[in-house]
Design a binder for this molecule. Structure first.
Ligand code: AMP
Ligand code: MG
Length: 347
């Protein structure tokens, strides 16, 4: 079986997309880059003269630079964070307002397990500085009192988000020291933007794009076969636990403790924080893969479910009509019925 998979091109991320070559008259192009601190890979089937891979990769960078980054001054999130403590309301663009409206709902529905305003905590842990997996030597886990202090400035309620109302645009008024961090939905949002873009280009017949652990399937392959998206094995992430068989229009995101982590004194710290404790979440899971109708939802739900654990995570995905696959710390795999129908375990 393993040999069979080697004839596929592998799209690496935490989930890996696998697709058949053989284009039947349609041009196929592939590309890879880094953006949002992670690896981006794409394969697109299109007629000559249509979308170029550079255009798709540029969309991701644009979203990061104009809207999502909390580091880059060009980005709206960074500018909004700068207003913290000023007491003034900052008006939001329609794009960021729409994102925060959906994040607010997910924060409420997950009882705060997903929280887009954990900036003080994620910066204290220096999660963005851990890019590239294992970092040895320099890392020191924060002191408990510093975690408690960062927690006291964290949480979506401290952003005081007001959705648009009548003529009034959406706005925020972050408290002193509060900060948005949209890292848990950024990769999914990039895929949402890419899908919108692909829909405007009729020369594109099919595509599969991965941004870190989030994957979008779009349209059809030239031979009409379904898309194959791998689910990484948390114990050995370069291998697949199994493969999902998907139609175009699917968004799949994986949140796992192996994606980004550091070690200190034999203790491993990963990048998904429990907003209740300020420490890496310890809900008995190694990874959660979620299939949903939008990138924002698949990405946000996978993070939320990782924090919530299997039982509450199952309830949350059911509420959203999404599908999920949970890998527990002992390696057991649990799935929603819809996911079971799509997943085939690697032999
Ligand atoms: P993901 O890999 O999609 O699960 O997202 C993890 C990223 O989201 C981290 O690198 C942090 O920037 C941020 N994050 C960590 N924990 C949470 C959480 N509980 N809720 C929202 N964002 C989080
Ligand atoms: Mg996520």
């Amino acid at each position: 079986m393993k040999r069979f998979f080697r004839v596929f091109v592998r799209l690496l991320g935490c989930a890996q997309a696998l697709l058949l070559c053989g284009c039947g008259g349609t041009r196929e192009f592939t590309g890879a880059d880094t953006a949002m601190g992670t690896v981006v890979r794409l394969t697109v089937f299109a007629e000559e003269g249509g979308t170029q891979k550079e255009e798709i990769l540029a969309l991701i960078k644009e979203l990061e630079e104009d809207t999502l980054s909390w580091r880059l001054e060009t980005a709206e999130v960074c500018r909004v964070n700068r207003t913290a403590g000023s007491g003034e309301r900052a008006e939001l663009s329609d794009a960021l307002a729409g994102i925060l409206e959906q994040c607010a709902e997910l924060t409420k529905d997950s009882e705060g397990a997903f929280d887009p305003a954990l900036g003080p905590l994620t910066q204290l842990w220096d999660i963005d500085g851990w890019a590239g997996g294992r970092r040895t030597g320099a890392f020191r886990a924060p002191e408990e009192r510093d975690i408690a202090e960062a927690l006291s400035r964290s949480g979506f309620a401290r952003i005081h988000f007001k959705p648009p109302f009548g003529e009034e645009p959406a706005s925020v008024c972050p408290e002193e020291g509060a900060a948005l961090d949209l890292g848990a939905v950024g990769k999914g949002l990039a895929l949402d933007r890419i899908r919108e873009y692909l829909e405007t280009d009729k020369t594109v017949t099919g595509a599969v794009v991965s941004v870190g652990g989030s994957v979008l399937t779009y349209g059809k392959k030239p031979d009409g076969a379904p898309w194959k998206v791998g689910v990484a094995d948390p114990e050995n992430p370069s291998e697949n636990l199994g493969v999902l068989t998907l139609d175009g229009g699917a968004f799949v995101s994986t949140s796992g403790d192996y994606e980004r982590f550091v070690e200190e004194g034999g203790v491993r710290y990963h990048h998904i924080l429990d907003p209740g404790t300020g420490f890496p979440a310890d809900s008995g899971l190694r990874s959660v893969t979620v299939l949903a109708d939008s990138g924002l939802l698949s990405d946000g739900l996978s993070t939320a479910c990782f924090v919530l654990g299997r039982e509450k995570g199952m309830e949350l995905v059911e509420r959203y009509g999404a599908e999920a696959l949970f890998v527990e710390q002992d390696g057991a795999i649990l799935m929603t019925p819809g996911m079971k129908a799509l997943f085939r375990k690697t032999q």
